[in-house]
Ligand binder design. Structure first.
Ligand SMILES: [Zn+2]
Length: 419
């Protein structure tokens, strides 16, 4: 009894000594749902323990005070669609990155990409496939979790799955087997490949439900509905989810009916497909920035020349998605454009007609719910993990203020602190 008492005192003392506390105030605090003025937040170790008006949430003893002039405090942002193993195609085209660069070289670059992502205030990222770099994303995630390198908390796809014949790189002499940007599988073999990818560290299964392999190079479905159902069944039975690259209406429809959790890109979504997605609780990840930037790499002078057909179409489908009421998350296909410039997608969402406050929700609470991490991330609520971001200005009025990053915390640890 006496020993137990002594033990209790010692552990209480060591706990008190190791406790770190932060008292955060800002002109505005976005909690993942709403903006509040005159509020404060208390962080203890890696958790948010209080949030509310300054009258109610008073400064605790021994706390480090954080306050920047004209600032907004937000939850750490969640990137919904990244490729940390890729970098902009105007520097090195995709085929060259996939075919000529070694996985080790690409991983070395990816460590810098991961750091840039975190420094931009994106404390969590869902990475949608290594595009030929095997399971380097699984290793990257491990190095981040172990504190070896700085980066966002990762959810990774690994190699991703395509149907035979659909995916690139393409256009090489057919006498040779060219390595692909994802793993090809079909029919019953899908069962084995899904399980193999899970065994090698995939947190979810990413499927290319269509690809531009139509007769005219248009997006056509790559898997049958039954194949997608089979993938989903095998994936779900492991406690994971299936997410689908799908642009055409037919592929989106098949993916949704088969049980996909998110639809990536969705270039040809109309109100009808949006409603179908909403009915099945599927979240739409638009990747506006990928289309915008690839079109610019091909020579489009944005703002000078009129919008090309693919940009006009992307704007139209984004509006249709908003009208349908489907949940719209945030994911830009970053990697196509520089890591750390993730907020570009959010600027385009505003440019294409979404209210800034809804864009902030997309990158926090909506993404968190879509990725099943809403109890810990994507909000500033009591008991949630202390992933926080301070920017100058008010991104609910000017979304570009998200790029004025002053301070970033991940898991209760300050990773960026500007004067
Ligand atoms: Zn992608």
């Amino acid at each position: 009894m006496r020993w137990l008492f002594l033990f209790t005192i010692i552990s209480f003392q060591s706990l008190a000594q190791n406790t770190t506390r932060y008292y955060l105030t800002a002109d505005r605090i976005f909690d993942g749902d709403q903006m509040h003025e005159g509020w404060a937040v208390i962080v203890e170790n890696d958790k948010i323990i209080a949030i509310g008006s300054k009258e109610k949430v008073k400064e605790p003893g021994g706390a480090t005070k954080i306050n920047y002039p004209n600032s907004t405090l937000l939850p750490g942002l969640i990137e919904g669609h990244s490729h940390l193993l890729l970098y902009p195609y105007n520097i090195t085209d995709w085929d060259t990155q996939v075919l000529k660069e070694t996985d080790s070289y690409r991983t070395a670059r990816a460590t810098v990409h991961a750091k840039n992502t975190l420094m931009a205030g994106f404390t969590t990222a869902r990475d949608l496939g290594t595009e030929g770099a095997g399971y380097s994303d699984v290793a990257l995630k491990r190095a981040i979790n172990e504190g070896i390198i700085l980066g966002p908390r990762l959810m990774v796809a690994g190699r991703a799955i395509v149907s035979t014949g659909s995916y690139g790189p393409k256009g090489y002499d057919s006498d040779q087997e060219i390595m692909l940007g994802a793993e090809a599988a079909d029919g019953n073999n899908l069962v084995k490949v899904v399980r193999d990818q899970i065994g090698k560290g995939a947190d979810f299964i990413k499927i290319y439900a269509d690809y531009r392999w139509g007769l005219q190079g248009e997006d056509q479905p790559s898997f049958t509905l039954d194949e997608l159902k089979l993938i989903n069944e095998v994936t779900r039975s492991s406690g994971r989810v299936m997410v689908c690259h799908a642009k055409s209406k037919e592929a989106i429809t098949r993916a949704v009916l088969a049980g996909a959790e998110t639809i990536e890109h969705g270039d040809f979504i109309d109100v009808e497909t949006g409603k179908l997605m909403r009915e099945h609780n599927v979240t739409f990840i638009p990747t506006l920035a990928a289309v915008d930037m690839i079109t610019q790499y091909r020579g489009w002078k944005k703002g000078v020349q009129p919008d090309p057909a693919n940009v006009v179409n992307k704007k139209k489908s984004f509006k249709a998605a908003m009208e349908s009421g489907v949940a719209i998350g945030m994911g830009g296909d970053v990697g196509v454009f520089p890591h750390g410039e993730n907020a570009l997608e959010m600027e385009l969402m505003v440019e294409y007609g979404m209210k800034p406050i809804d864009v902030l929700k997309a990158a926090t609470s909506v993404n968190a719910k879509a990725f099943h991490i809403q109890n810990q991330f994507g909000g500033i609520k009591e008991g949630m993990k202390a992933d926080l971001l301070v920017v100058t200005g008010d991104p609910s009025k000017t979304i570009g203020d998200l790029k004025k990053v002053k301070w970033v915390m991940k898991d209760g640890v300050v990773v960026r602190s500007e004067k």
